[in-house]
Design a protein around this ligand. Structure first.
Ligand code: ITT
Length: 192
């Protein structure tokens, strides 16, 4: 089975291709169209992943997946959260992680969240799930694997950051894995 993933983030595409390798052939939406990214104006991850999936699915008239995700830091009241991508604009992740490190107090708890949406424009079936991985923000920025905020996030049960742990471990425990694994189970139960 083939499904198109409505993302412009190559790292997300690679992770989803790996997670689904025994279930779906996941292709980039850019194989079909010069996909135009819709404005992510919702105030929740599921709201934004729904906007992406419905826009893309309607454009290509085929079933699609979308993901909206971010890092929520406890001591910053969940910031950057749904603004995780926008917060980065015009800066490098290194600069932004350093700025965040200065703002975080003794409570270093944080989680990554991912909303996964499936949309089929022919049947109008629309399904969303959310997944999280809990952990903490490291005191320094470590590791070159992954992307975005991975080099300063330590998942629970580990001492290394996602940047150090690498994709094999990340893909077994990540927010994205948890969200898409739930979505996969629902699609399977519905026979889709
Ligand atoms: P698309 O909307 O095209 O899918 P995007 O990168 O703009 O790509 P989002 O709007 O969902 O995606 O923004 C998510 C941001 O949250 C992402 O750019 C990273 O900064 C951060 N993020 C999400 N998942 C992450 C992960 O697994 N590791 C590190 N940072 C992550």
């Amino acid at each position: 089975k083939e499904i198109y993933f409505a993302t412009s983030n190559q790292h997300k595409l690679n992770e989803i291709q790996e997670i689904f390798k025994n279930h779906f052939i996941v292709k980039s939406i850019f194989d079909l169209v010069d996909y135009f990214e819709p404005e992510e104006c919702a105030d929740s991850f599921i709201g934004n992943s729904t906007i992406k999936a419905v826009t893309a699915g309607s454009l290509v008239n085929k079933p699609v997946f979308a993901d909206d995700s971010g890092l929520c830091i406890d001591s910053l009241k969940g910031f950057p959260g749904v603004k995780s991508a926008r917060y980065m604009e015009g800066h490098t992740y290194m600069e932004k992680m350093e700025t965040l490190l200065k703002k975080i107090d003794n409570n270093r708890k944080a989680y990554f969240a991912s909303a996964a949406t499936f949309y089929d424009p022919k049947t109008h079936i629309l399904i969303s799930t959310e997944g999280r991985v809990y952990g903490s923000i490291s005191k320094d920025i470590r590791g070159k694997n992954g992307f975005g905020y991975d080099p300063f996030f330590i998942p629970e049960g580990f001492e290394q950051t996602f940047g150090e742990l690498g994709e094999e471990i990340k893909n077994k425990i990540s927010h994205r894995f948890n969200a898409f694994d739930k979505l996969k189970d629902i699609l399977y139960k519905l026979g889709l």
